[in-house]
Design a protein around this ligand. Structure first.
Ligand SMILES: *Cc1c(COP(=O)(O)O)cnc(C)c1O
Length: 357
């Protein structure tokens, strides 16, 4: 990352809020670091790049973001490594995905040099907001939306890009396993839709499904395909893996599944660990049959926030399927240790995934 003087003005907070933060109790995404980066794009030209105190932004009520969901986001993490450095995990993958989503929403590309310079500068400024490796990590949230104020049904010519960070705790609680159920009532994504991208609207439109699942006593939903309603796609806002007869299986990216960076990394690490792995379609019927045959060993979700989230109970075809207990030798546990080890610098970064500050 560049270490020269930033190419944009920096306005620092007069007094940091850091002292008031309890790093051992960090509710996800509620505590935001002192500063944020902001830039605007008007008629294809980027300007007004600056770092300023994190706080409210001005946006007109008639903006495209608020009226038509011309808005997207990304999420990735930085960890504190043993030498005390800050290591960002695969920011290039999120940068690329962000621009794929931008193109899908008819928004202009965010310039690569601006993204990386802004990220480096913001992280250097708020580095002290990073929890220790035993406490958690620094979550990085890019946000990009249309600020054009007209009801014309297009993405407009005015946009704002923000980068902000927040310290987050360890999602993983030992022994905690998720319960997930399929839903017949809601579908997350169709081919040709936005399922493979990260527009803000993808989250807004699925929240009711998660809420209803919680009311029924489950942690979240398993998303099935919208045509036959039998192929597993994702769970909540995570990609999904199963371990069936010693083989790790995850559904292939066929246009309705979000290409997770955690999923992509997990596939590489499974290979490294010598765990057989397949990208192929998995049906609810196959899972039920495997559970009955005793070969359904594990299920887990994966995503940046949770890393690897083991599942303890599945709701499939009206049945409640308890998965066998998993120990330190489980695929989920080994994968999580490997991923976290690389992210926190205790295992060699053999794939060149870390960008160190
Ligand atoms: C963001 C997201 C994921 C996880 O992606 P990561 O890059 O691993 O964080 C999975 N599914 C959905 C629907 C998502 O929005």
């Amino acid at each position: 990352m560049p270490v020269s003087a930033p190419a944009f003005p920096v306005t620092r907070v007069s007094r940091s809020r850091l002292d008031a933060v309890d790093f051992n109790h960090l509710p996800f995404g509620e505590v935001w670091s002192d500063h944020m980066f902001s830039a605007r794009c008007s008629h294809g030209k980027w300007a007004e790049a600056e770092i300023l105190p994190y706080g409210p932004i001005r946006i007109l009520p008639s903006s495209k973001a608020l009226q038509y969901s011309v808005a997207l986001f990304e999420g990735f993490k930085a960890h504190r490594t043993p030498p005390g450095d800050l290591a960002v995990f695969r920011p290039d993958r999120n940068y690329e995905r962000m621009n794929r989503t931008a193109a899908r929403l008819a928004m202009p590309t965010v310039p690569e040099s601006m993204f990386h310079e802004a990220l480096g500068e913001l992280l250097r400024l708020d580095e002290a907001w990073t929890p220790g490796p035993e406490q958690g990590s620094l979550y990085i949230r890019p946000s990009y939306f249309g600020t054009g104020a007209s009801l014309a049904v297009d993405s407009g010519t005015e946009f704002q890009f923000l980068l902000m960070t927040c310290p987050v705790g360890l999602y993983f609680q030992p022994g905690k396993r998720l319960s997930l159920t399929t839903t017949r009532k809601y579908v997350r994504a169709f081919k040709g839709g936005t399922g493979a991208f990260k527009p803000a609207g993808n989250y807004g439109s699925t929240l009711v499904a998660s809420a209803e699942a919680r009311t029924a006593g489950w942690d979240n939903v398993i998303w099935l395909d919208g045509y036959e309603g039998r192929w597993v796609e994702e769970c909540g806002v995570m990609n999904m893996f199963f371990v069936i007869g010693g083989v790790a299986v995850t559904p292939p990216l066929e246009g309705t599944i979000l290409p997770g960076v955690t999923r992509e990394s997990a596939l590489v690490l499974l290979d490294d660990l010598g765990i057989p792995c397949e990208e192929r379609r998995v049906s609810v019927g196959e899972l039920v049959a495997a559970a009955d045959a005793g070969t359904l060993q594990e299920a887990f979700g994966c995503g940046t926030a949770a890393t690897i989230a083991p599942v303890g109970k599945l709701g499939l075809e009206g049945r409640e399927i308890e998965l066998p207990p998993t120990g330190d030798d489980s695929v989920a546990h080994r994968l999580r240790s490997e991923l976290l080890g690389i992210q926190t610098g205790t295992i060699e970064d053999r794939h060149g995934w870390l960008v160190t500050l």
